[in-house]
Design a protein around this ligand. Structure first.
Ligand SMILES: Cc1cc2nc3c(=O)[nH]c(=O)nc-3n(C[C@H](O)[C@H](O)[C@H](O)COP(=O)(O)OP(=O)(O)OC[C@H]3O[C@@H](n4cnc5c(N)ncnc54)[C@H](O)[C@@H]3O)c2cc1C
Ligand code: SF4
Length: 551
């Protein structure tokens, strides 16, 4: 069937209204205003509103924001809680832990000058700034396909069709073909494991000279706690129990304003035990006395999960291709030694924007490789920062939590990240699972409904929703792999690594793989961790997915 599509044209199109995309959009308009010229900018966002799909920690480093809006305080940016104090813990058992003396904490883990924020709220504010600068923003629009012309040049994106039934057929009275958004340059800022970014990496072989990208799954809850236990500005990080060197990760608990705390766990997706369930690890770590002391007597308000890409400098792919560029976590700019990617995402967006504006204001017609972006990146503080971070992740993977931490202490505090050694970790995360039969089974405690909860009640408070009767957005390349291969080898780990209960193996005599796609919180873990790389996450109909408030 030939479909007539509306077409809209811009100078620059930005995919994704995260910190990277919104900072890029603002910066483009600022450049145009300074030059007294016009640059048309459009941002599309798959969430129902800006911030609806944003999930972060978040301790925010304001460096990039200071550059973008030096007067952000006057403009009312939602940075209300300066960090007052850091604690770093190593949990030795379910009951015990050791607080690391400040002098032994890698300097990148110190948070003086940073703020505890809701990244979703910061994005909402950035969206308002972008709109007041003249950027057109369309929430509820999911970029589904990349428009590539006969000369291999990216010309924009196609928005997904609305009103299509689960067989891919138009629903009478509801069908609306997705429009084509064309641009001289398209900046892809979809965040970690963008589904279009993944295609761009492959098509233009952008990552052929970089180490494998590495990931974690971050699970997070927002709690309102007893005011007597609340210490606004306290930031707690830690590692150890219940995770270990073969299945690493770390937790956080941040005290923000209004007697609220964020509590979360990041599990490295290089974990090896297929019986491990990141969700259940998160639920049980909250019972550790160091965390429970704050949560007891409080009330859970929200839940969510999102993958984080942490390969950093060594995993950075080529950032440009004809007609566009990757920005933020779609590129992989998170600084793992700081566990921070918001400021670096913003900075990468701003650098891409500067390069695009320079080319357009000089009369360029776009469609070329934005090499100015690569040059600006190499000359920027972001490059310096990520270079200094390059050994952090590989050291943890190679030497384990304790020796890795010791290496990183020396690398960061003595050499300031500039030691002559560069460690590499080129093992992709989907290849690290051991066989189920050779791995220790894990019996997780039942949730008590007070501190710990089950998956379904958790997904409920993420306000996740997808329009019913639409094509399943989790595509299996080979539908036989989950039962035929993954089940006997790994007891089908998707049942456990998905933090939203999307994947189930049902049936006794005849096993069946069931996909409850409507529960998906868009974390992308299945796309990353499936050992056969058989699951492809693609954007569902716009507005579908979680509806996070202040995450
Ligand atoms: C649990 C956790 C804790 C973290 N803690 C911190 C912290 O304390 N400090 C810190 O600085 N960083 C932290 N980070 C990292 C930080 O959140 C990311 O680095 C940052 O959000 C990256 O910004 P981004 O704009 O690149 O991507 P994102 O913030 O992921 O934004 C991408 C946007 O693009 C949209 N999108 C994606 N695909 C499409 C599409 N096809 N069409 C339309 N829209 C699309 C998404 O809905 C989303 O709104 C944490 C991350 C996690 C998961
Ligand atoms: S289906 Fe995949 S992307 Fe969706 S919540 Fe589960 S693991 Fe995350």
């Amino acid at each position: 069937m030939t479909v007539e599509r509306d077409v809209m044209e811009y100078d620059v199109l930005v995919v994704g209204a995260g910190p990277a995309g919104l900072a890029a959009a603002c910066r483009l308009k600022q450049n145009a205003a300074e030059a007294g010229k016009e640059i048309s900018v459009c941002v599309v966002e798959k969430g129902s509103e800006i911030g609806a799909h944003t999930l972060s920690g978040a301790v925010f480093e304001p460096r990039a924001l200071n550059e973008l809006f030096p007067n952000w305080k006057e403009l009312g940016a939602p940075l209300n809680t300066p960090v007052k104090r850091d604690e770093v813990w190593f949990f030795t058992s379910p009951e015990k832990g050791i607080k690391t003396p400040g002098m032994f904490v890698p300097r990148t883990m110190h948070n003086e000058g940073n703020y505890v924020i809701s990244l979703g709220n910061l994005c909402r504010w950035l969206g308002q700034q972008a709109e007041s600068l003249g950027v057109e923003i369309y929430p509820g629009f999911a970029a589904q396909e990349i428009l590539i012309d006969e000369n291999n040049v990216v010309r924009g994106v196609q928005i997904g069709d609305m009103g299509v039934d689960h067989n891919g057929q138009p629903k009478e009275g509801f069908y609306t073909p997705g429009i084509e958004l064309r641009a001289k340059y398209t900046l892809f800022g979809e965040g970690c494991r963008g589904h279009l970014g993944k295609r761009l990496l492959k098509r233009y072989q952008l990552d052929e000279n970089s180490d494998a990208q590495h990931y974690g799954i971050g699970l997070k809850e927002l709690w309102t706690i007893d005011p007597a236990k609340h210490e606004q500005g306290l930031v707690i990080h830690g590692a150890g129990w219940p995770l270990n060197s073969a299945n690493p990760g770390g937790f956080f608990l941040y005290h923000l304003e209004n007697n609220q705390v964020y509590v979360g766990l990041i599990v490295d997706l290089s974990y090896s035990n297929p019986h491990l369930s990141p969700f259940d690890e998160f639920q049980r770590i909250k019972h550790h006395p160091v965390l429970k002391q704050y949560l007891e007597g409080g009330k859970r308000v929200s839940y969510g999960a999102r993958a984080i890409c942490k390969g950093s400098y060594n995993s950075l792919p080529k950032m440009v291709f004809p007609g566009g560029a990757l920005i933020g976590c779609d590129l992989g700019t998170l600084n793992y030694s700081k566990i921070k990617g918001s400021h670096s995402a913003m900075k990468s967006g701003m650098l891409a924007a500067d390069a695009a504006a320079e080319a357009l204001l000089a009369g360029g017609e776009g469609g070329d490789e934005l090499n100015g972006y690569t040059e600006k990146f190499k000359a920027s503080w972001l490059h310096d920062e990520l270079y200094r971070d390059r050994n952090f992740g590989p050291a943890m993977h190679k030497f384990g939590v304790l020796f890795g931490a010791a290496f990183n202490y020396v690398d960061q505090n003595w050499f300031r990240g500039k030691s002559p050694i560069t460690l590499h970790d080129d093992t992709p995360d989907h290849t690290t699972l051991k066989l189920a039969a050779e791995s220790q089974k894990i019996v997780y405690p039942k949730p008590d409904g007070v501190i710990s909860f089950d998956k379904l009640s958790s997904v409920f408070i993420s306000s996740t929703n997808h329009a019913e009767d639409q094509p399943v957005h989790l595509k299996l390349t080979d539908p036989n792999i989950p039962i035929g291969k993954n089940l006997p080898l790994y007891d089908e780990p998707a049942q456990r690594y998905c933090p939203a209960g999307v994947y189930e193996v049902i049936g006794d005599a005849e096993k069946k793989f069931q996909i409850n796609a409507q529960n998906c919180v868009h974390c992308k873990t299945c796309d990353i961790k499936d050992p056969a790389q058989n699951i492809n996450w693609i954007a569902p109909e716009g507005s579908g997915g979680p509806n996070y408030g202040s995450m």
